[in-house]
Design a protein around this ligand. Structure first.
Ligand code: GTP
Length: 313
């Protein structure tokens, strides 16, 4: 199985903690609401899972201000339905597991919805980031404050994974983001749009990460999609988009690790030879020179050069 993940003890501990997000009163309320609903029918893509093997799994956080449509998006994604009376399917209230096809390969999406009441708690948010690989940041195009909140969350993610010092507990880990403007059907209804497509797109561009730490992961983009859980428009692109981004980040980090290992190997080799003027060409085209007893790096690969300048080797 490619790119499959197994819960470690540490992750299981986090997951259990996250499942405690729902307070007991809320649980009771949810249980009684659940009992009013018929047992959910299997997700519509059940057939494709029989034909194709699932090759990996992504743990995705679905997060955003209250009422932006997180549960409605998951309900549309998992069951292809929408409950317009303001009571979306409670089955999806805490997240869902549903397969998606990404470029011909089947992946399981394990989506976890973060209750908006916990957004003000940084430890909760950090915990949620710890147990996931990417986040779907949802805002409501009829509510500009929800975009502000999504921007704030993006900043928090940036600080958590891309701190300039590289000293944060999470730095060095890749993390994907997609900004989703929900309720794009607003114009067709009585709602007034408060956030234009270009404002959303600009916010996503600003939320893209640049790696500023030698120990940090490679740069990550923040994609942008406008969707409507009500009509279903674009909802099915959200998870393949974020899945592709996670795969891209993983490949990038793998390449980076391989380059660093190669350079370290060259360095060890040179130290062993005790040479003071050795010049070695890396297979990637980079060059490492030893000068005056100290290691001087002139690397033609710009990423490796930046890493070397920051003293990574
Ligand atoms: N017009 C329109 N209304 C939507 C859409 N998505 C959700 N809604 C409505 O927005 C309200 C909130 O939807 P939810 O899915 O409960 O939002 P949520 O983010 O899960 O809410 P909390 O869990 O309370 O934070 C409901 O009345 C939905 O019917 C959409 O795409 N278009």
């Amino acid at each position: 199985m490619v790119n499959s993940f197994v819960w470690t003890d540490e992750e299981a501990k986090y997951l259990k903690a996250v499942l405690k997000w729902q307070d007991p009163a809320g649980d009771d309320k949810r249980r009684s609401r659940l009992s009013q609903f018929p047992k959910p029918t299997p997700a519509p893509t059940a057939d494709i899972t029989q034909e194709k093997a699932i090759v990996g799994e992504f743990r995705i956080l679905v997060i955003g201000a209250k009422g932006v449509g997180k549960t409605s998006i998951l309900t549309r994604f998992g069951r292809d339905t929408f409950d317009g009376d303001g009571t979306p399917d409670p089955f999806y209230e805490r997240g869902c597991r549903h397969p998606v096809d990404i470029d011909g390969q089947l992946y399981m999406i394990d989506a976890l919805e973060m209750p908006s009441k916990h957004l003000s708690s940084n430890p909760m948010l950090e915990q949620a980031l710890n147990i996931t690989e990417a986040a779907v940041l949802v805002y409501d195009v009829t509510d500009e404050h929800s975009l502000k909140l999504a921007k704030g969350i993006a900043e928090f993610v940036k600080d958590t994974f891309y701190a300039p010092t590289g000293a944060g507990s999470n730095s060095g880990r890749e993390y994907g983001l997609v900004l989703v403007g929900n309720k794009s059907d607003a114009e067709d209804d009585d709602f007034d749009r408060a956030v234009s497509w270009s404002e959303g797109s600009k916010a996503a561009a600003a939320a893209s990460f640049k790696s500023s730490s030698a120990a940090g992961p490679g740069p990550g983009g923040c994609q942008f999609i406008e969707v409507s859980a009500r009509t279903g428009e674009n909802v099915n692109s959200i998870f393949p988009t974020i899945g592709r981004e996670v795969l891209r980040l993983k490949r990038l980090n793998q390449q980076r690790r391989e380059e660093m290992e190669r350079v370290l190997m060259m360095r060890r080799l040179q130290q062993r030879q005790g040479s003071t003027s050795a010049t070695t060409t890396l297979s990637s085209g980079g060059v490492v020179k030893k000068r005056g007893g100290g290691l001087w790096k002139t690397l033609t690969n710009p990423f490796m050069k930046r890493q070397a300048e920051q003293g990574a080797y």
